[in-house]
Design a protein around this ligand. Structure first.
Ligand code: ADP
Ligand code: GLC
Length: 496
């Protein structure tokens, strides 16, 4: 098969700018695609957090003109670098007005920037303009979430007769359907694609504009980051109002599980943890546990189950369920460490709990990558009671660190974790189904009971978990398949 030119666009990419798993994917999938022989170019904004010196970013010659409808043509700069440990080029769109800010999407009080519509329409258009400037004729434009979904719309409108894009197909990955890019209908004048696109099937929603919906309508193929989530979003429970639209397009919908960058997340080589370990030498994990307890000021005990949590403190992550059961849970002989930031009520609650339950519960409110590694390594159990989870990465990291996940059986959590079976001793974690505090607490109790009373079961679970692999290579091959499919679909459409 012909190797492909892939223009990969996203609003964040690790390690340059990250708020969540999207950045992990945008930093890792292009590398895996490159290894398969494709020419991949990544485009993200140049926020203030992107460190030009550290990553040796160089300005590209000449400014880039970006037509923005009623706003006119807006000019920007472009910086070029490489994704670390690879030769994948990454380009940063530099525009002080749009991206010269400390936050990616919101200010320090977590209030979304009021011009996010213009900012990300600009990014989408700039990515396509940049391809022209670089004389890079993409076979595929791969957009991620609502921020870059307009690329699919533009390819079908402004660029449809452009010879630089004559063989270009579009792929859209949905990492999180909750966020759809919904704005006031005046945005149509910035998109400037014609009001005939302002229909309930394409861009219109309750007299406003929904950018993700426009992407779903216009792309050749779209996917979510697990198979289960691809099914779930076709139902009202998980569809965030778009389930009908998604059902209408289900013939071009796929589910591809994310991979893990094991050069970053492996206990045998992890530079952030106090002692490296692996399956045949678990002694290091005990050291990690003791050090973690020390770091959080908890009693240094080997004989108590230590539960870890790392993640955004957002409703999605099941923080409401944790809040419901936290006091009852802490009546047990258990320890709990939590790292995260987000909803203010949750930050306040967890600080409050740590004050009253110093010997059992400790938290750090904030974002701390090295600490997240130490929690993965030092905990016995890892909690992820999400209300919905498109894929989820932390539970997959946990498997590699022999830290048994306790998860709700939704989306990627259900696809990656196998429930423990005490009779056969098979499984890699503990699952519950109902989104209730009662179900969560009884499953944690089951895990605690296994920890105390079923040593052989625990041993097997750890062995099973640590032997699992979710590498990027297989996910990249699945993306390769949908790229070829998207190209074939595009060709058919052209000759229809
Ligand atoms: P989501 O993208 O929905 O936030 P994922 O599980 O896919 O969830 O990815 C979250 C990523 O962000 C993981 O790499 C996780 O380690 C990281 N992360 C989230 N919160 C924090 C935090 N407070 N400190 C360090 N890393 C965090
Ligand atoms: C989103 C989802 C998460 C997924 C990540 C990367 O942020 O919430 O489940 O792992 O994207 O695809």
């Amino acid at each position: 098969m012909k190797k492909l030119n892939i223009l990969f666009t996203a609003s964040e990419a690790a390690p340059f700018a990250k708020t969540g798993g999207l950045a992990d994917v945008a930093g890792a999938l292009p590398k895996a695609l490159k290894k398969l022989g494709h020419d991949v170019r990544v485009v993200i904004p140049r926020y203030y957090v992107v460190d030009k010196e550290k990553y040796n970013l160089k300005p590209l010659q000449g400014a880039l003109g970006v037509p923005m409808g009623v706003m006119g043509e807006i000019w920007c700069g472009v910086y070029e670098g490489k994704i670390p440990n690879s030769d994948v080029p990454i380009y940063f769109i530099e525009h002080e007005g749009f991206f010269g800010r400390s936050g990616l999407y919101a200010d320090e009080n977590n209030i979304s920037y009021s011009d996010n519509d213009n900012r990300f329409i600009f990014l989408s258009k700039a990515a396509l303009q940049l391809a022209k400037k670089l004389r890079f004729k993409p076979d595929i434009v791969h957009a991620n979430d609502w921020h870059t979904a307009p690329t699919a719309l533009f390819l079908n409108t402004h660029y449809v007769w452009d010879s630089d894009f004559e063989d270009t197909a579009s792929v859209l990955t949905i990492h999180n359907l909750q966020h759809q890019g919904k704005f006031y209908k005046g945005v149509m004048d910035v998109l400037s694609v014609g009001w005939e696109h302002f229909t309930p099937q394409e861009l219109e929603e309750y007299d406003g504009v929904n950018l993700l919906k426009g992407g779903i309508y216009n792309c050749d193929v779209f996917n979510t980051v697990s198979r289960k989530y691809a099914k779930e979003i076709q139902t009202p429970e998980f569809g965030w109002g778009l389930d009908g639209v998604i059902r209408d397009h289900k013939d071009k919908l796929y589910g591809i599980l994310n991979g893990v960058d094991y050069s970053e997340w492996s206990p045998d080589i992890d530079p952030y943890i106090p002692k490296n370990y692996d399956l045949d030498n678990l002694g290091g994990k005990r050291v990690c546990k003791r050090e973690l307890q020390k770091e959080f000021g908890l009693p240094q005990r080997d004989d108590v189950p230590l539960i870890g949590f790392v993640g955004r403190l957002a409703e999605q992550k099941g923080i409401g369920l944790i809040a419901e059961i936290i006091w009852s849970l802490l009546e047990r002989d258990v320890q709990f460490v939590l790292l995260g930031s987000g909803e203010k009520w949750a930050e306040d609650l967890f600080r409050h709990v740590s004050y009253w339950k110093k010997d059992k519960f400790a938290c750090k409110i904030g974002y701390d990558n090295p600490l997240s590694h130490r929690i993965e390594a030092g905990s016995d159990l890892f909690l992820m009671p999400s209300l919905f989870e498109p894929c989820g990465l932390n539970q997959i990291y946990s498997l590699r660190y022999g830290t048994l996940p306790i998860v709700r059986a939704v989306g990627g959590l259900d696809d990656t974790i196998e429930n423990y079976d005490p009779y056969t001793k098979s499984g890699t974690g503990f699952k519950f189904y109902e989104a209730s505090g009662r179900a969560l607490l009884s499953t944690i109790d089951w895990a605690i009971d296994t920890y105390y009373n079923d040593k052989e079961g625990m041993k097997n679970l750890i062995k099973n978990a640590m032997s699992k692999r979710f590498d990027w290579e297989s996910s990249a091959k699945a993306y390769e398949d949908i790229y070829y499919l998207a190209k074939a679909k595009r060709k058919c459409k052209k000759y229809q």
